[in-house]
Write a protein that binds this ligand. Structure first.
Ligand code: SF4
Length: 216
């Protein structure tokens, strides 16, 4: 298990500051049900949340259930999502997934990590996003932002997203676990950016262990 460079007090202080800034962080994808979030999450691979939010309102107006999505069909679906990367394989996966949800789960999105991961186009990260955002489980989905930010701050020293997830589950204090994913994503997206972190504006600058802070 990767070692954490932060004391327990520092870990708590980081999330305390995130909470003071934004007590109710949420996913930036638009959705109105477990099914529409699942579709939005699948569409967000290799695409920005903004790009996904541009196409989903008109899509969900006519296909906000697995049955309606099946009726729309693969070609019909492609017409809505063709501005997004990998749209051909996403359309294929979504139609296959709708069949499984109807046949195996009576039209309801399943709510375990194992069942979600068995659906076409749904990996561990997406399954964790669903468990956390819909069923409020203390899972921590690790995307590129969470991976980068966690390593820079000093939560872990890891080479892959799975090890990062395991480290965060161990080192993020229980109190913050259900919101940790959202705060770390938002911090990575808007402050601790990949190429040029805005350390001079960062609210946890004094705690962060990153050796190459900008402006210092
Ligand atoms: S101080 Fe810089 S590297 Fe550390 S979390 Fe803030 S923005 Fe990221």
């Amino acid at each position: 298990m990767s070692r954490c460079k932060l004391t327990v007090a520092e870990r708590n202080e980081i999330f305390h500051r995130f909470e003071e800034k934004n007590a109710t962080p949420r996913i930036e994808l638009e959705y109105s049900s477990p099914f529409t979030l699942l579709i939005a999450v699948i569409l967000s691979a290799q695409a920005t949340d903004k790009g996904v939010n541009r196409v989903t309102p008109s899509l969900f107006e006519i296909a906000d259930t697995p049955q309606k999505m099946l009726e729309l069909g693969e070609e019909g679906l492609k017409g809505f999502i063709k501005t997004l990367g990998l749209f051909n394989s996403k359309a294929k996966n979504i139609i296959a997934l709708c069949r499984i949800i109807i046949d195996k789960y009576e039209g309801e999105v399943p709510n375990t990590l194992e069942q979600l991961q068995e659906l076409p186009g749904v990996g561990r990260k997406s399954a964790n996003v669903m468990l956390n955002s819909i069923w409020h489980q203390p899972t921590i989905a690790v995307d590129t932002h969470v991976f980068r930010v966690s390593n820079r701050i000093g939560f872990c020293n890891t080479k892959n997203v799975y090890d990062t997830e395991m480290a965060l589950l161990k080192y993020v204090p229980k109190k913050w676990k259900d919101r940790a994913h959202h705060w770390l994503v938002l911090h990575g997206r808007y402050v601790c950016k990949a190429r040029k972190p805005q350390c001079e504006l960062c609210l946890i600058n004094d705690i962060c262990k990153f050796k190459h802070k900008t402006g210092s």
